[in-house]
Design a protein around this ligand. Structure first.
Ligand code: NDP
Length: 273
């Protein structure tokens, strides 16, 4: 019987650092780590505890069938997940188009939400979900009406789906500015605002589970290097997600965590977004 079962999407970047640090730092746990990736590659992660086990299932979070298959195999084997770290994400706004905006929302927002919704029934009280968001999730670029809808404490998942559909429609009709979405090239930002919003909604729906979102800072990965020379190493980028997944955070749930500066290597605090 394993004391902790952890699922995360990895294979490069921050996700790989997260998985490596879980395997190294949580050697006291009788750990079963599902280090999932699209390719299902063996990443050679060495757990510090001989009783610990690292598995490499394949997982494409844009595919409900792929998510369901992983959840079913975990349910059949052990029935429980204690920590879910949703790390997978894409940023293709350099090639901004209606198709890429949809792809971005499908992976970052709908795929991550699907992961949460599928795994939550396997997660007992006191388990945790950490969703990787971004400083790009800030609502400051949008009209007050759109920002208010994102911030509505009574927002439902259906309301959020409608808002995301409206954004996608604005991209398709080239009306991002008059409809209050601030301009072109913001599908990554909108997808991460959706991540913060559904983290808050799920936290209300499951008050016995800690569900939080965070920005890892500006980290030197394939994604981080898209916008210049990133100041943080992957190990630094893993710090806030790992804190939200394992450390004492005083039962805080449903919030967005970050540092005041994207260069800071601190452990994050609840921030306005
Ligand atoms: P990378 O681009 O280096 O890695 C992205 C990871 O996501 C890869 O492992 C990739 O797998 C995986 N992935 C992409 N699409 C899917 C999918 N459909 N199913 C499963 N896995 C998928 O990014 P980072 O490590 O930098 O980013 C990790 C997270 O942190 C992301 O959510 C990102 O938005 C967030 N973030 C990163 C920042 C940074 O500065 N780096 C800043 C703010 C937020 P594959 O190799 O198969 O493509």
């Amino acid at each position: 019987m394993y004391d902790a079962k952890i699922v995360t999407e990895v294979n490069r970047g921050i996700g790989l650092a997260i998985a490596q640090q879980i395997a190294a730092a949580h050697s006291h746990l009788n750990l079963r780590l599902y280090a999932a990736s699209r390719a299902g590659s063996d990443l050679g992660i060495q757990p510090a505890h001989e009783g610990a086990q690292v598995l490499y299932p394949s997982l494409d979070i844009s595919s409900k069938a792929s998510i369901d298959a992983l959840a079913k195999s975990i349910k059949d084997e052990h029935g429980r997940v204690d920590v879910l770290i949703n790390n997978a994400g894409i940023n293709v706004d350099a090639k901004y188009s209606p198709a890429n905006a949809k792809l971005t929302l499908d992976v970052n927002y709908r795929g991550t939400l699907q992961m949460c919704e599928t795994f939550l029934p396997l997660m007992p009280a006191h388990s945790r979900i950490t969703n990787l968001s971004s400083v790009g999730s800030s609502l400051e670029h949008y009209s007050p009406a759109i920002a208010a809808r994102f911030r509505d404490p009574n927002m439902t998942l259906a309301d959020l789906a409608e808002l995301a559909d409206e954004y996608q429609h604005a991209v398709t009709t080239h009306t991002e500015v008059p409809t209050g979405w601030g301009g072109t090239g913001r599908s990554y930002s909108v997808s991460k605002a959706c991540v913060n919003a559904f983290s808050a909604i799920l936290a209300r729906q499951r008050p016995d589970v800690l569900v939080n979102a965070c920005c890892p800072g500006w980290v030197s990965t394939d994604m981080g290097r898209l916008v210049g020379r990133a100041p943080k190493r992957v190990e630094d980028g893993a710090r806030i997600p790992l804190r939200l997944a394992f450390d004492d955070i005083g039962n805080v749930s449903g919030w967005y965590w970050a540092n005041a500066s994207i260069r800071s290597k601190e452990l994050g605090r609840v921030m306005e977004w």
